[in-house]
Write a protein that binds this ligand. Structure first.
Ligand code: NAP
Length: 341
């Protein structure tokens, strides 16, 4: 199964933000990093960048390793209408640009590279990214979760142009329209119910003839006259040049194909948290999300967590930003308690 390939919108992997003194260790001599950073934030969605704003304003001079897919899932959204403070809406990528600008204004340094390996077994914590080794007293993990996608070329082409992975974000754009939802779990069925507030008809496309969703949610969906079901079916192509016009589906039992006209298609086949490199050190739940203890703390002192990487439930920009703020405040307290600072 494919996962979202985020749009790259930042210009390079060069460091941005206020430069600080050159490091003194052998590996860091020519680089504008500290020999030992106070705080490294992994991830640059709403959680990571809000953590950066708070940490920078607390003079912690945070370093954000943004990841190659900088900006997170909002980079795939067009209009964001539910983030407070933007009464006329704002484009997802533009919103993330503003978050980043605000973080840099207070002294955050941003580097668009992926962390590929960590060692959280001892102090200072170590993080590898490309050919660089970073050492840090504290870490905030805000690497997010990626919505699973079907992996069709037409799906990635029309993502943000009728194909969406977030009903809460994009549902209101389809008032009076016919739309489809793909999946049979709680997310898909809840999204289908939610989308009937806007759409004239919602067709749920599921690969089996039984839903995985909890019984109570199923019953609500079966009772809803706007929801129709296409059982034993999978999308084979999203139709349309610039915007979505329909979905071609195939019955997996008969092989028969048909085109369903629709202006919106919501892919709701699960999320995968970006936690692979942390697995040797941090407690993860059965789905791979980081288990939090006491607000934003993990099982390791000095490693904090924020946003979708620990949240399978709400997954909203505003809740991610809130937890980013909390993680930065917790990290600040932790750093104050260390003898060397
Ligand atoms: P999920 O439970 O893993 O369901 C994913 C659905 O997508 C399944 O129906 C699966 O089909 C289908 N699917 C997966 N890969 C597919 C593919 N390649 N092509 C077509 N269909 C595919 O994911 P979720 O619905 O996001 O829920 C995740 C967790 O959050 C669950 O534990 C859920 O209970 C929980 N959740 C709870 C609530 C709530 O309590 N209000 C709301 C949302 C989610 P199969 O059924 O055939 O495997």
């Amino acid at each position: 199964m494919a996962q979202i390939a985020w749009v790259h919108f930042y210009k390079s992997a060069e460091i941005e933000g206020a430069p600080i003194g050159k490091g003194e260790s052998d590996t860091m001599t020519e680089t504008p990093f500290k020999e030992r950073e106070n705080l490294i934030i992994l991830g640059s969605g709403p959680a990571g960048l809000t953590a950066a704003i708070y940490a920078a304003r607390a003079n912690l001079e945070p370093l954000v390793l943004e990841g190659y897919e900088a900006g997170g899932q909002l980079m795939l959204t067009t209009e964001v209408e539910n983030y407070p403070g933007f009464p006329n809406g704002i484009l997802g990528p533009e919103m993330m640009r503003l978050f980043r600008e605000q973080a840099i204004r207070f002294g955050t340094r941003c580097l668009q590279i992926d962390a590929t390996k960590v060692d959280f077994s001892k102090h200072p914590f170590q993080i590898w990214a490309e050919d660089k080794l970073f050492k840090t007293s504290a870490v905030i993990i805000a690497t997010g979760a990626s919505a699973n996608l079907l992996g069709l070329p037409s799906e990635s082409r029309l993502l943000g142009h009728g194909v969406s992975t977030c009903a809460t974000c994009d549902g209101a754009f389809f008032k009076g329209d016919e739309i489809t939802v793909i999946g049979g779990g709680d997310s898909a069925v809840e999204e289908a119910i939610f989308l009937t507030r806007f759409a004239s008809k919602v067709t749920l496309i599921h690969r089996r003839d039984q839903l995985r969703a909890s019984k109570i949610v199923q019953e609500r969906a079966f009772k809803n006259p706007k929801i129709h079901f296409q059982w034993n079916s999978v999308p084979t192509e999203f139709l349309g040049e610039k915007t979505l016009e329909g979905v071609r589906i195939k019955n997996v039992q008969t092989g028969k194909e048909e085109a369903l006209p629709c202006l919106g298609a919501f892919v709701a086949i699960g999320h995968t948290p970006n936690t692979k490199i942390f697995a040797p050190y941090l407690e993860l739940d059965s789905k791979g999300y980081i288990v939090i203890r006491n607000q934003t703390k993990t099982n390791i002192d000095g490693i904090f967590v924020a946003g979708d990487v620990q949240d399978a439930r709400y997954r909203q920009a505003v809740t991610a930003a809130g937890s980013g703020c909390m993680a930065a405040l917790d990290a600040e307290k932790y750093l104050e308690s260390l003898p060397h600072l």
